[in-house]
Design a binder for this molecule. Structure first.
Ligand SMILES: *[C@@H]1O[C@H](CO)[C@@H](O)[C@H](O)[C@H]1NC(C)=O
Ligand SMILES: *[C@@H]1O[C@H](CO)[C@@H](O)[C@H](O)[C@H]1NC(C)=O
Ligand SMILES: *[C@@H]1O[C@H](CO)[C@@H](O)[C@H](O)[C@H]1NC(C)=O
Ligand SMILES: *[C@@H]1O[C@H](CO)[C@@H](O)[C@H](O)[C@H]1NC(C)=O
Ligand SMILES: *[C@@H]1O[C@H](CO)[C@@H](O)[C@H](O)[C@H]1NC(C)=O
Length: 370
């Protein structure tokens, strides 16, 4: 453990520079966000004709909103905590605003993220044989929505540049589902590895378009340590102990894959940064923020469980794909704030709050060094 924990601590410190932004963050007048279920605050909920998705039912939302809102957690998401910090309203789903978009109704925040969204075009992935049960609103579609909406928020090109340059633009986490859909359906890690450059290119293209439109501050999170997620730990359970990190119980090969994506993403972001030296492109290290929970759960109050989900249908990781959180066969833990993972795939509000705190205030990071 000793040898593996020090590089990760160093990595964690490397994200310190982005903690400098909070002072400037206070100045942002708007938030635009793109992504998947880590960030969706209701787009799938509003659009879905299939109201039987398990995350549309209690106990989703039980901790904060006291009802399901389409957020895949027991409460608020990282984006909600960022909005609260900036003094903006909780970021409203685009599909709620769309029918009545106006500068008046905009109130400083729009969320284009969609549960299940992929970075790569849905039709392309379908042609690769990957099934998406939730949505075809991939990152490109979300960007199109943004471009369609923009004229209702600002009436001249200079007004639009002004709006965007004073906005915080969150692009991601995105790409996780491109890999999840393929890996969980049984594609090999070698096959899925070939998606990485395509996913990174898609993210990069999106960022460049947003910069063209006037975005000046872009936060781009990487992937989470997916080898710690109950859904993967259940699917790829093995008696070969060498596959696990003995200090955390996470699957090494999956975490290595997430790190590979993150390394490639950072390389690409630094290239985009070189092209646009006046733009603030911030890589957000979700991976190490979350690894910190698994290494020192007590420090964050995660005394109930680490690799077990709070809400699920039983089994060693409390994840059963036939009895998902929100279904009648599943039940939730007494106190979700004592768990890192909510439903086997997504995190608890408590975990999201710590991540947001770490990013916005730097306190988590400072404390966690000692
Ligand atoms: C609705 O979603 C559930 C999974 O949550 C799936 O089993 C079912 O087939 C879907 N129904 C339709 C009509 O798409
Ligand atoms: C659209 O927004 C305006 C301004 O906020 C509001 O007066 C009106 O009732 C809204 N219409 C609908 C259909 O929600
Ligand atoms: C996405 O799916 C919806 C129906 O769910 C369909 O109307 C729409 O045309 C699809 N979009 C694309 C780009 O395939
Ligand atoms: C354009 O928008 C600004 C503020 O968003 C407003 O003050 C101005 O009156 C608008 N101009 C026109 C021509 O609509
Ligand atoms: C998963 O849930 C289903 C439905 O409740 C149940 O029949 C099955 O036995 C469960 N599997 C495990 C491994 O617990």
């Amino acid at each position: 453990m000793g040898s593996s924990s020090s590089p990760y601590l160093i990595n964690f410190l490397l994200i310190l520079p982005l903690i400098i932004i909070p002072k400037a963050l206070g100045c942002y007048s708007a938030i635009f966000s793109f992504g998947d279920s880590i960030t969706d605050t209701g787009n799938l909920y509003i659009s879905s004709k299939n109201s039987s998705f398990h995350f549309f039912f209690p106990p989703y939302g039980e901790t904060y909103f006291h009802r399901p809102t389409g957020r895949c957690s027991d409460g608020r998401l990282i984006i909600d905590f960022i909005a609260e910090y900036l003094g903006l309203p909780h970021v409203r789903p685009y599909l709620e605003l769309k029918s009545n978009a106006s500068a008046q109704n905009f109130k400083g925040a729009v969320n284009f993220a969609m549960v299940g969204a992929t970075a790569l075009d849905a039709a392309f992935l379908a042609a690769m044989g990957d099934h998406n049960d939730y949505t075809n609103s991939s990152l490109g579609t979300q960007l199109d929505w943004f471009k369609e909406m923009l004229p209702s928020l600002c009436n001249t090109s200079s007004n639009c540049k002004k709006l965007l340059s004073s906005s915080l633009v969150l692009v991601g986490e995105i790409g996780g589902n491109d890999y999840n859909d393929a890996l969980l359906a049984g594609k090999s890690i070698e096959q899925v590895q070939t998606y990485v450059p395509l996913v990174i290119e898609e993210i990069s293209t999106t960022i460049k378009e947003l910069i063209e439109l006037g975005a000046m501050t872009l936060m781009v999170p990487g992937n989470f340590p997916i080898g710690c997620l109950p859904i993967y730990l259940t699917k790829f359970r093995t008696s070969d102990e060498k596959q696990y990190d003995s200090s955390t119980g996470c699957l090494n090969w999956l975490n290595k894959f997430a790190e590979y994506h993150n390394d490639q993403l950072q390389i690409e972001l630094s290239q985009v940064q070189r092209l646009h030296p006046n733009v603030n492109i911030i890589y957000v290290d979700y991976y190490n923020a979350v690894m910190h929970f698994y290494h020192s759960p007590d420090q964050f109050g995660f005394i109930g469980g680490t690799v077990e989900a709070c809400c699920g249908g039983g089994g060693p990781y409390n994840y059963n794909s036939s009895a998902q959180c929100g279904s009648l066969e599943a039940s939730a833990c007494e106190n979700p704030s004592q768990f890192i993972n909510w439903d086997g795939i997504h995190f608890t509000e408590a975990a999201y709050r710590w991540i947001a705190k770490g990013l916005l205030r730097g306190k988590l990071i400072q404390h966690s060094q000692y």
